[in-house]
Design a protein around this ligand. Structure first.
Ligand code: AMP
Length: 409
């Protein structure tokens, strides 16, 4: 499969910095951002994704564009859910930009058009949650046109969504000149360098619950990395495929064949495959009773593996010591339960202490790094878990394809 290599002249993204002041001044720019931030009881626990969009917002306002921000929040699935309004994000944006940001009551329609008509150079309007319309996720043609009619130029900076073809990141590009913002450029740059021209040795650590969501990335990584470390719940289907007893650990029976084919590929690959050597096991996650550390070959039949054990942590530490680049996606245990977060936290700390280029593939690993207060110690923490995973699979992502320079599309 062709990989989404975006490093050379030929395959470059159309970048916003190539737009001049006169091309932007007083122009209406529809800017797709990913403001899908965690909000509970009106409290935002992490504003990373909002801060990450600031370089693009600032560039556009400094050049006198009228910036129309569009985002989703949660999964309202085509219905209006006031709890998923972007209003709290407007307040955060005002604070971060020092500007008065106008909140629109919708994302299409005459009221929105009226609000946009009253904008002047450098103004910012935040549209209401685009997923209040079911047409958004369906990449509906009419809806895409309605969104596009609000603006003269489209800029995409929502990296977290580039693996999806939705109206507000793909559909609109059929109707407007379209460019990549700074965040998307940065994400693509880090991920493509890490995978195509890394400082070696290149080590990937892949964890998480389900192997079914990661077989493609595992197989692609075998062709790219020097060492592939696998942990988390997904390791057990592979261990089972190797003939190990895994007790009551997470197991996807329908993935057994895939796991066997992955192991076959690993045998002939130049990458060294590393699987857990020991596990923290328990009878049940909820009560966390009877917690033991066992060798990977001795998981009791009535227990399940919930975290990597000390021998595994030690071995990962040794493997990582001389790494040139480390990519990490997915927790190595049930890290939401403090008792079973030791392995995930240890890997976060090992990476923070390493001199390697460290790339965190978003999602749960980014949360773990952030909880440990180690985000600043990583070279790059991606804002898109699913997107970075699909990028590492080698897939051409629809949200990026529409931003590639014309001649290579
Ligand atoms: P994913 O979305 O596939 O990256 O999976 C993240 C989830 O994997 C987290 O909610 C973890 O609790 C879960 N997880 C990691 N290790 C295990 C394990 N050994 N058993 C069950 N779940 C796990």
């Amino acid at each position: 499969m062709k990989t989404c290599i975006l490093l050379d002249e030929e395959t470059m993204l159309r970048k916003i910095q190539n737009l001049t002041f006169s091309e932007l001044y007083e122009k209406r720019v529809l800017l797709r951002v990913d403001f899908n931030v965690p909000i509970k009881d009106k409290i935002m626990s992490d504003d990373t994704r909002i801060s990450a969009a600031l370089p693009t917002i600032n560039f556009l306002t400094k050049n006198g564009a009228k910036v129309i921000l569009i985002s989703h929040l949660g999964r309202p699935c085509g219905t209006i859910d006031k709890k998923l309004s972007l209003a709290p994000i407007r307040d955060k944006l005002c604070e971060l930009t020092g500007k008065n940001i106008i909140m629109a009551s919708d994302c299409i329609g005459s009221k929105v058009e009226h609000t946009i008509a009253s904008m002047t150079a450098g103004n910012i309007v935040l549209l209401e949650n685009v997923r209040f319309y079911a047409e958004e996720s369906k990449n509906d043609e009419t809806f895409s046109k309605q969104l596009a009619s609000l603006a003269d130029i489209f800029v995409n900076d929502a990296f977290g969504l580039v693996h999806r073809a939705h109206a507000s990141n793909t559909g609109v590009t059929k109707h407007l000149p379209s460019y990549a913002g700074y965040l998307i450029q940065k994400e693509v740059d880090f991920l493509s360098h890490a995978i195509e021209s890394p400082k070696r040795p290149l080590i990937a650590i892949i964890g998480g619950a389900k192997i079914s969501t990661k077989t493609k990335v595992l197989k692609n990584l075998l062709d790219k990395v020097d060492k592939l470390i696998i942990g988390g719940g997904m390791a057990f289907t592979i261990l089972k495929a190797k003939g190990y007893e895994i007790g009551k650990s997470l197991f996807e029976e329908d993935q057994l064949q895939e796991a066997k084919s992955f192991l076959e590929k690993a045998k002939t690959s130049k990458a060294e495959l590393f699987l857990p050597l020991d596990q923290i096991v328990t009878e049940n996650i909820k009560d966390s009773q009877n917690v033991q550390t066992v060798d990977i070959k001795s998981i009791p039949s009535d227990m399940l593996g919930v975290d990597i054990g000390p021998k595994t942590i030690d071995s990962i530490k040794k493997s990582i010591k001389d790494a040139g680049t480390i990519i990490w996606n997915g927790p190595l245990g049930v890290f939401e339960v403090t008792k079973f977060s030791t392995g995930t936290c240890a890997v976060a700390e090992i990476m923070a202490d390493s001199n390697a280029i460290t790339i965190i593939g978003g999602g749960d690993s980014a949360s773990a790094i952030s909880q440990a207060g180690l985000s600043d110690k990583m070279t790059h923490v991606s804002t898109g878990g699913g997107a970075s995973l699909e990028f590492l699979e080698g897939s051409i992502l629809p949200g990026l394809q529409v931003l590639l320079q014309e001649e290579v599309v």
